[in-house]
Design a protein around this ligand. Structure first.
Ligand SMILES: Cc1ncc(COP(=O)(O)O)c(C=O)c1O
Length: 414
């Protein structure tokens, strides 16, 4: 019996494979080509969207063999490897991050949840960066703790504090760097070495930097997670998450997602493939725009302070320079006059959109203390620098001059 096209794509060695790309091609070429698998049956140039919930087996024995893990192939779209579209996306992001393989999810939070559930049990300890996305903070502080998992939020920009907060039962270190929204930077290499020396798993949320500017696995991390909703998708039109790491680790994560659900849809996987094809171009433009916007803000009399890892004034500028090859498009700044002045600025912009999320082609501006991090207790916000005057901007790929002129006119009206 003829194999189905999906089986051909999954098993084909004739495609431009991840291994090949990792060894021979530069990052930009990998963005475009890595993982791509032409449909050999019809000669389709781009990866098709395999919009299906289930797959036909050649016979009952094959179905049983796939369920038993004795034969590679597709089963049902919730069951990894999900669909051929997902496989192409996983191969591409794994190549870009320099990892063995990965697993996709319905959102960044679904990805982080699956990582935690696959590794932690009652009595274990999780050490996390103290400034993380609000959803991650909520998961760690309010949900994992209900299941008897101990959680410490630590200023991971300070190596001594990391060392001091490690416990005998520490199983996982979770770093978000640069951190949302304060932009603090943690030394991935040093912390992951510390973790490795005592057999603790290290996980880095690489959403802000993307593999274009930061490759945590090369710096010694075990696992990378992303909210694909941001720079990977790149156009603010999808929700998704992905985890990249060693095959054995990903196996443990896939067994969780297989039971909990929360997988990415085929259309989102396809949008992620398309997004990654221009990741290098978009990130370079985000970063070149962001340094101009950061410079403008730093020089503006109505701005109190600016946090951008590419500015020498950033407290961890040296670490950022050591581990990042560019500084991405995220900036936080404090405005004189606090929240009231911030509201006037956000209400006064015309080109920039007043919206949460980040990593889109258009510039987004928001107020973390009352929006993305509204669930973080006030005392924690105060302690970690998520202050009322902090405004976060995700610099888009428009003309830098136009973004600056929009901010300038809004600031003039405060
Ligand atoms: C750094 C970071 N990680 C994870 C997430 C969660 O991603 P998602 O919204 O796709 O669940 C976000 C969301 O803003 C984020 O900023």
């Amino acid at each position: 019996m003829i194999s189905t096209p999906s089986a051909i794509i999954y098993l084909s060695e004739a495609v431009i494979g991840t291994e090949n790309m990792k060894k021979e091609k530069k990052f930009s070429t990998q963005c475009v080509h890595a993982g791509e698998a032409p449909d050999l049956l019809y000669g389709v140039h781009t990866t098709p969207i395999y919009q299906t919930s289930t797959f036909i087996f050649d016979n009952a024995q094959q179905g049983a063999a796939r369920f038993a893990g004795e034969e590679e192939g597709y089963i049902y779209a919730r069951v990894p490897p999900n669909t051929p579209t997902h496989v192409v996306f996983v191969k591409k992001i794994a190549a870009l991050e320099g990892g063995e393989t990965g697993q996709t999810f319905s959102s960044g939070m679904a990805a982080i949840t699956a990582v935690a559930l696959s590794q932690l049990e009652q009595g274990d300890h999780l050490l996390s960066t103290n400034v993380v996305y609000g959803g991650t903070y909520g998961l760690f502080s309010s949900i994992l703790t209900r299941f008897g998992i101990e959680v410490s939020f630590v200023d991971t920009s300070d190596l001594e504090k990391v060392k001091k907060n490690l416990r005998k039962n520490t199983k996982l270190i979770f770093l978000e760097t640069p951190a949302n929204p304060t932009m603090i930077v943690s030394d991935i290499e040093e912390i992951c070495k510390m973790a490795r020396d005592i057999g603790v798993l290290s996980v880095v949320d690489n959403t802000f930097a993307t593999p274009r500017f930061q490759r945590p696995l090369q710096l010694g991390a075990d696992v990378v997670v992303h909210s694909c909703t941001k720079y990977i998708g790149g156009h603010a039109d999808l929700l998704g998450g992905v985890v990249v790491g060693k095959k054995d680790f990903i196996k443990s994560v896939t067994s969780v997602v297989n039971c909990t659900g929360g997988i990415m849809g085929p259309h989102e996987a396809w949008l992620c493939i398309r997004g990654l094809k221009t990741l290098h171009l978009r990130m370079e433009r985000h970063a070149s725009n962001a340094i101009k916007v950061a410079g403008f803000l730093e020089a503006h009399p109505k701005i109190e302070w600016v946090r951008y890892p590419g500015l020498q004034s950033h407290p961890q500028y040296d670490i950022a320079k050591k581990q990042m090859t560019g500084f991405s498009g995220m900036i936080s700044f404090g405005i004189k006059g606090g929240i009231e002045a911030g509201r006037k600025l956000m209400n006064g912009v015309e080109l920039c959109s007043l919206a949460v999320s980040l990593g889109a082609v258009d510039t987004l501006i928001q107020h973390p203390a009352s929006m993305t991090h509204a669930n973080v207790p006030v005392e924690v916000k105060t302690m970690t620098g998520i202050t009322d005057d902090l405004v976060r901007i995700s610099v888009g790929v428009e003309e830098a001059e136009d973004i600056i002129s929009d901010l300038d006119q809004a600031l003039a009206n405060i």
